[in-house]
Design a protein around this ligand. Sequence first.
Ligand code: 2AM
Length: 215
Amino acid sequence: GQLEEMSLPLYFGWFLLSSIQDKVRCTAMDFLKTLDTLEAFKKHLIDFTGKAEVDLEEYFEAKGTLHCTTKFCDYGKAEGAKEYAEKPAVKDFYGSAFELSLSALFVTPRTVGARVSLTEEQLLLWPADAEKEAGSPSMPLGNRAHVTLGCAEGVEPVQTGLDLLEILALQQEGHQGELIEEMELGSLTYYGEGRWLLSLREPICSPACFSSFYG
Ligand code: 2AM
C-alpha cells in the first residue's frame, strides 16, 4: 500500500554540512571559471561541445543539496533497496556524523562532480554492487563515490558517478592522461573526449550526516 511505499527513501547518503556546501560550490565555480579561460581547454573545446564557445558557469545546472549517494532506493523499487536498508551498519550509523574527503573535481560534457575518497569505516555503508551496477565490475569498492555538483541540460545526476568511473577506468588501464598544468588547487589532467580531472592538492574535508532523502 501507500504506507509501505513511503517506508524506503529515494536514496541513502551522506549530506554535506551546509556551510561546507557553499564552500564546495564556490570552489567548483572558481574551477569552472578558470578552466573556461585555459588555452588547453579552448584547444579541446570541440570535444566538449560542438560549438565554438561555451560558458561553463551557465552550462551546468545545480542539483539541490550536496550529498554523496550510497544507495539509490527509489522508494523500494530499486534492486537491493530493502536489503540495504536492513544492513546493520546502515541502521547503526543512521543519523551519525562523518568526515568526507573530497579528493578531486571532474568535468565532462555531461556532468561536474567531486570524487569522494571513502575510509574503511565509510565503506561499510557502501553497497557491494555499486560499481558492478554501473557496468564496472572490476572497479575497487567505493570508486563510484562522488558528489554531483551540476549536470548539463537534459542529463540526470546518476550520470556523474558513471563519468567518474570512466575516468578512473582509464587510469586503471594505465592511461595517464595529458597533464595540463599545476594549478593552485591541484594538478589538472585531460583524459580526452572532454573529460577533465583536477586532483586536489588539499582534499576538501567536509562533515556530513549519514541519512536519507524522501523528496
Ligand atoms: P547522484 O548520486 O549522482 O547525485 C536522486 O536522483 C539522487 O539519487 C541523485 O543524487 C542521483 O545521482 C542518485 N541516483 C539516481 N539514480 C541513481 C541510480 N540508478 N544509481 C545510483 N544513484 C542514483
